[in-house]
Design a protein around this ligand. Sequence first.
Ligand code: SF4
Length: 442
Amino acid sequence: MENEKKVVTLTYGCQMSERDAETIAEIASQAGYSRSEDLATADLVIINTCCVRESAENRILGKIGELKKLKEKNPNLKIAISGCMVQQPGALERLQKRAPHVDIWAGTHNLHNFPSLLSRAEQGKKVAEVWQEPKLTLESTPLAEQGKLQANVNIMYGCDNFCSYCIVPHVRGRERSRKPEEIIQEIENLVASGCREVTLLGQNVNSYGKEFSPAYDFADLLRAADQIPHLLRIRFITSHPKDLSDKLIETVAKGEKLCEHFHLPIQSGSNLILQRMNRKYTREYYLSRVQKIRELIPNASLTTDIIVGFPGETEEDFEQTLTIMKLIHYSQAFTFMFSKRSGTLAATMEDQIALDVKKRRLQRLMSVQNQESQDWRQRMVGKTYEVLVEGPSKTNPTRLTGRTRGNELVVFKGNSNLAGSLADVTIIEAGTWTLVGELEES
Ligand code: SF4
């Protein structure tokens, strides 16, 4: 339809942020906008922002600046900026001054109010709404887009951990868990619309339900989700190591649909730095958790996040991070240089590390991890894995892509009608980032 209004959604940051962007896009669809990826013909552009790292924030500010030109060409275009960056204490005023062409500003706690913000903006008003505390009923936001093979499902919001470098508890509030029956219902609805894999999301899924009475924890939720008919796979992210219980590891080991992949951010291999980061575990405790996983699930894939150049990090601290990486053999690691986030304790710490030192450490860390990832993929060659077929590859449509239970990407030849089903694929080659496989005859 030619006169149909179009919305383009751009997302920065973590999967929670992606999930929020889906929610806002769904609200816009319900308000009559069809989804599009073409900025030039958009009537509404929504940027859901992240403030966890300075680099993301700079990219977002650049993008907001670019949209000004688009708005000059199309004065009817509405621009909405939402999420963590807007929620930071004192940020709204600064952002409004910098980008007066933006029509809607919204924080993280009032997403469900987006329809009212949108309708006021459609009437030509500039609107800004940032709540300091979450007041919404958690289940009142629209469901994820229906009909997709994979979907993200929020199981909780906020975080209580206050790691000293992290802005998240300041912009997403304290931990709140959704009721299990609501989550299961949402997954069942997604499955009815064709979804076969869900990723359960929370800043720390391992502490899900800690406020519930009678007791009901994340392992209980996983067991319930594992029973949902026609669902093929369940993933979850992120697991705080300090709350990774034996019960949870045992549940994953026994589960049918529970993927044997743990994203377990270590952040540093040095006890001194872990303490300054307020991570509430030691290197030894972390290793004991890894040992338990390997004992019960020998083929489990482990991924992690690591920060280099945290204030006070000595060469010796950094070496301890390198040694633990070599001990654990992560299949993948997301590595970052420490960047100051105002409002966090670490931003005020003395002995900040010089940029050139941080860069050098990051390079060393990445080269160790690249080798580890390469070795991990190499060890998969010759073995057969269960793959959830996603469909034709975007870069080479003559091949299919899919993911193993460990979340490794595999490309292989096969009929596109396999999309959405499980297939056995033998790995024949390990590339830099992907695996090449051969479909087994069923
Ligand atoms: S666990 Fe720590 S790093 Fe993760 S969101 Fe909470 S405060 Fe931030």
